[in-house]
Design a protein around this ligand. Structure first.
Ligand SMILES: Cc1cc2nc3c(=O)[nH]c(=O)nc-3n(C[C@H](O)[C@H](O)[C@H](O)COP(=O)(O)OP(=O)(O)OC[C@H]3O[C@@H](n4cnc5c(N)ncnc54)[C@H](O)[C@@H]3O)c2cc1C
Length: 410
C-alpha cells in the first residue's frame, strides 16, 4: 500500500512491481496539479550542496524584506515551524555540506541512470535529454559564488566548466543571451515531468498496479504494525507493507501513527508556454534571481520562488511577477507574460527536510512502515532512485546507497 502518488510513490510502485507484489497507490489527485507535474523537470547531479548550507540564512533574511524576492517565510506562531527553523539554522554548516554532498550527488546520479533505463527499457517518451545545466549570472557577486561551487564540484568529481558570454551563446544558438557568463554542468539532464508521470501511470496500470483516488484519514495498529488504513471514501484498506510517499503532507500521516517528522513545504510556481521557438537549448538557472528555465519538448517552463507559508493555493502575484520579469534580462528576445492569468500559474510544494537530506528508511517503531519523503528541491530528480531504494528496503536487500544520513528519527 503506497500512500501518495507523486513521483516518489509511483517510482516505488514501479520497482516494487518488479518483485511481484500486489500494489495499490492511493492519492486524492493523480493530476497535473500535483507537485511532481509542474516542476522544472531538472535532473541535477550538479546540486550536490544541500539547501541547509553556510550563508543561506543571511541571504534568506535579506530576501525576506523584498516583496518580489525568490524566498519568503510567512511569520507564524507554529511550534512545528519553530522547531524546523531551529534545526535548519543548526544545519546550515560546512559540516552538514561535507557529510552529505557525496550522498546527494550519488543519489542524483543513480536516479539519472535509472531514468535513462526507464526511457529505453520501457520505451517511455518523456523528453528525457542529457544536455547539461547552465548556471547563468549577470553580477560579479553571483559569478564569484558560482565559480566557487564549480571548483568544489570539480574537486569531488563532478564536471563543471566556467564559460564566458560567447561560450554560453554558442551553446544556445536559438536565443540571444545577455549574461556575464555561466557555469556549465554537462552531466545534468532534464525531462517533461507531466509526460513522465502520465507514461508511468499508464505503465503501472498495465502491470496491474491499482491507482485509487482517495485519501488516507486514519490508521489501525496492532502489535507495533499497521494493519489497515481508513480513507475519506469510507474504505478500510488492509496490507502487509505500507509506504508513505505523501510529499509535503507526509508529516500529517506520520503524526496519526505517533511519529514526528520535521518537514516544511516550500511553495513554488511555474508557467508553461506552449510551442515556443525562441528558447534556450540547455536548461538554465538564472542565479541572481533563482529562476529555472527548462525547454520541455516544444514547450518552455519557467519556475521560481520558495515560500514557506503553509500549504495554500493562494497565489502571490508580486512574487510571480518578480521571477517572470527576470527572464528578459537574460534572454532579451523571449516574450514572457509578466502578469499571467491565475489559471496559467501552477503551484507546487517542495517537501523540505531541515537539513536538506531526504528521509528514506524503515520506521524503527513500526515494523511494516517505510517512509520516503523530504526530497525538497530535487524530488523529481531523485524519483527513480527513491523507488529503487524503497523496493530494496521492503525486500530487505542491500541498498544502493547508505541510508544512515537519511534515517527518520535524526
Ligand atoms: C516550482 C518547483 C520547481 C521544482 N523543480 C524541480 C526540478 O527541477 N527538479 C527536481 O528534482 N525537483 C523539482 N522540484 C521538487 C519536486 O517537484 C518535488 O520534490 C517532488 O515532486 C516531490 O515528489 P513526491 O512524490 O515526494 O511528493 P508529491 O509529488 O507532492 O506527491 C505526494 C502526493 O501525496 C498525496 N497525498 C497527500 N496527502 C495524502 C493522503 N492523506 N492520502 C493519500 N495521498 C495523499 C498528494 O496528493 C500528492 O499527490 C520542484 C518543485 C517546485 C515546487
Amino acid at each position: 500500500m503506497i500512500i501518495g502518488g507523486g513521483v516518489n510513490g509511483l517510482c516505488s510502485a514501479y520497482y516494487l512491481s518488479q518483485s511481484g507484489y500486489d500494489i495499490e497507490v492511493i492519492d486524492p489527485g493523480f493530476s497535473a496539479e500535483g507537485t511532481s507535474y509542474g516542476n522544472a523537470g531538472m535532473i541535477v547531479p550538479s546540486h550536490f550542496i544541500p539547501m541547509a548550507s553556510p550563508g543561506i540564512i543571511s541571504k534568506g533574511l535579506k530576501w525576506m524584506f523584498n516583496a518580489s524576492s525568490p524566498f519568503y517565510i510567512k511569520p507564524r506562531l507554529d511550534w512545528r515551524l519553530i522547531q524546523w527553523l531551529w534545526r535548519f539554522n543548526k544545519s546550515c554548516s560546512s559540516r552538514n555540506v561535507e557529510r552529505s554532498q557525496e550522498l546527494i550527488w550519488k543519489y542524483n546520479e543513480l536516479s539519472k541512470q535509472e531514468y535513462a533505463k526507464l526511457a529505453q527499457n520501457e520505451n517511455l517518451n518523456f523528453d528525457f535529454h542529457q544536455r547539461g545545466l547552465m548556471m547563468l549570472f549577470k553580477s560579479e557577486k553571483s559569478k564569484a559564488e558560482e565559480i566557487e561551487i564549480a571548483q568544489k564540484a570539480n574537486e569531488i568529481g563532478i564536471e563543471a566548466k566556467v564559460l564566458d558570454q560567447s561560450q554560453v551563446q554558442s551553446l544556445n544558438p536559438d536565443v540571444k543571451v545577455d549574461v556575464l557568463g555561466g557555469v556549465y554542468f554537462p552531466e545534468d539532464a532534464h525531462l517533461y515531468s507531466n509526460h513522465f508521470m502520465r507514461d508511468l501511470m499508464d505503465l503501472l496500470t498495465k502491470r496491474g498496479v491499482k491507482l485509487t483516488k482517495d485519501s488516507v484519514i486514519g490508521t489501525k495498529m496492532a502489535n507495533d504494525r499497521i494493519t489497515a488504513l481508513t480513507t475519506k471514501n469510507g474504505k478500510v484498506v488492509l496490507a502487509d507493507h505500507f509506504i508513505i510517499t505523501a510529499g509535503a503532507w507526509s508529516w500529517k500521516i506520520l503524526k496519526m501513527l505517533g511519529i514526528k517528522l520535521l518537514l516544511e513545504d516550500g511553495k513554488g510556481y511555474s508557467i508553461t508556454q506552449k510551442s515556443i521557438d525562441i528558447k534556450p537549448t540547455i536548461p538554465a538557472i538564472l542565479t541572481d534571481e533563482k529562476v529555472a528555465i527548462t525547454p520541455m519538448g516544444d514547450d518552455l517552463r519557467i519556475t521560481g520562488t520558495l515560500e514557506i507559508s503553509g500549504i495554500s493555493t493562494k497565489i502571490n502575484h508580486k512574487r510571480v511577477h518578480g521571477f517572470l520579469s527576470a527572464v528578459p534580462k537574460y534572454f532579451p528576445d523571449m516574450k514572457v507574460p509578466d502578469q499571467p492569468a491565475v489559471d496559467e500559474i501552477w503551484t507546487g510544494y517542495r517537501p523540505l527536510s531541515f537539513d536538506g537530506v531526504p528521509y528514506v528508511g524503515r520506521s524503527k517503531s513500526i515494523a511494516n512502515l517505510v517512509v520516503a519523503t523530504g526530497h525538497g528541491m530535487m524530488g523529481m530528480s531523485l524519483g527513480p532512485a527513491t523507488g529503487k531504494l524503497v523496493a530494496q528496503i521492503v525486500n530487505q536487500e542491500n541498498t544502493d546507497l547508505d541510508l544512515e544520513l537519511m534515517r527518520l528519527g535524526r
